[in-house]
Design a binder for this molecule. Structure first.
Ligand SMILES: Nc1ncnc2c1ncn2[C@@H]1O[C@H](COP(=O)(O)OP(=O)(O)O)[C@@H](O)[C@H]1O
Ligand SMILES: [Mg+2]
Length: 260
């Protein structure tokens, strides 16, 4: 299926640089360490763009910059042509719901003291709370009984579905999926991947997927960037990347990947 047909970027990242301060014992100079170096990419409406690379290469930093949690040293991040880095807080608030993260650590994402029903209702506008909760649950393949449960009573896969349902409650256009399935075993991971594939189609979503795991990436991605030490080594459509890696590092990742 050609998800790139619209050829309009929903997100455009240009020359992104991110640095973090390092604590230097007794040093006068403020030392920094680069985490993301000159990263540029576009994501087109409806596609899944993936960034693959080993832990610590800078993937989550890119997501955190898109969400405004981290202030880049330089670069631009355009969402629907507006630069998120110099938008007024009012306009940023308006855009906010359109970009929803789904983080790896669903245990931290769900308040352990709240019932699932309240977690979902809290995310919805008042007048939609009752009608939409059931619909949200159905869209992630869960049934109503779960509304009375607390997060610890759910399996990892069920928790991840709730995190997804909550992200969907505000009708996002772009999901930022940070290692969305690494915490589960393979059969659960495959179910979550299948759910993501169907949600993308049904809800016309665009995905930015970041993962260290090429097996997961290749199930979802239309185009893939390979990242190492803060830099993109290459980016290609998935099939081209797999058949014709330009970089030896990419080739090594492919060779290490067992096709699920
Ligand atoms: N808040 C932070 N403060 C200092 N260093 C950080 C911070 N977040 C990430 N880093 C460092 O930046 C680099 C990239 O991290 P990250 O973006 O989390 O990579 P990945 O998601 O690919 O594992 C790592 O060396 C990490 O230790
Ligand atoms: Mg990460």
């Amino acid at each position: 299926m050609n998800y790139t047909r619209q050829h309009q970027p929903i997100l455009e990242v240009n020359s992104l640089h991110i640095e973090y301060p390092i604590n230097s014992p007794g040093g006068f100079r403020r030392l920094t360490k680069p985490a993301v170096i000159d990263v540029s990419f576009k994501i087109f409406f409806g596609e899944c763009f993936a960034i693959v690379g080993e832990s610590g290469c800078g993937k989550s930093s890119i997501i955190e910059a898109i969400l405004g949690f981290v202030r880049p040293k330089s670069g631009t991040i355009l969402f629907e042509k507006q630069n998120l880095l110099n938008l007024s807080s009012k306009n940023l608030r308006k855009l906010r719901p359109k970009i929803q993260p789904v983080f790896q650590d669903y245990n931290q994402a769900l308040n352990p003291r709240m019932r699932i029903g309240d977690i979902l209702r809290e995310a919805l506008p008042n007048h939609l709370q009752d009608s939409q909760t059931d619909q949200l649950l159905a869209s992630v393949g869960l049934s109503r009984e779960i509304l009375n449960y607390f997060p610890h009573q759910l399996s990892g896969g069920q928790k991840q579905r709730i995190v997804l349902a909550r992200a969907l409650s505000v009708k996002p256009a772009l999901l930022l999926l940070d290692e969305p399935v690494t915490s589960q075993d393979l059969s659960v991971a495959v179910q979550i991947v299948e759910l993501l594939i169907s949600l993308r189609e049904i809800k016309h979503l665009t995905f930015l997927l970041v993962s260290h795991n090429l097996s997961i990436v290749q199930l979802l991605a239309d185009r893939v960037a390979v990242m190492k030490n803060g830099q993109f080594l290459e980016q290609q459509p998935l099939a081209q990347l797999l058949n014709n890696p330009r970089h030896i590092y990419t080739k090594n990742i492919i060779d290490q990947t067992i096709t699920p």
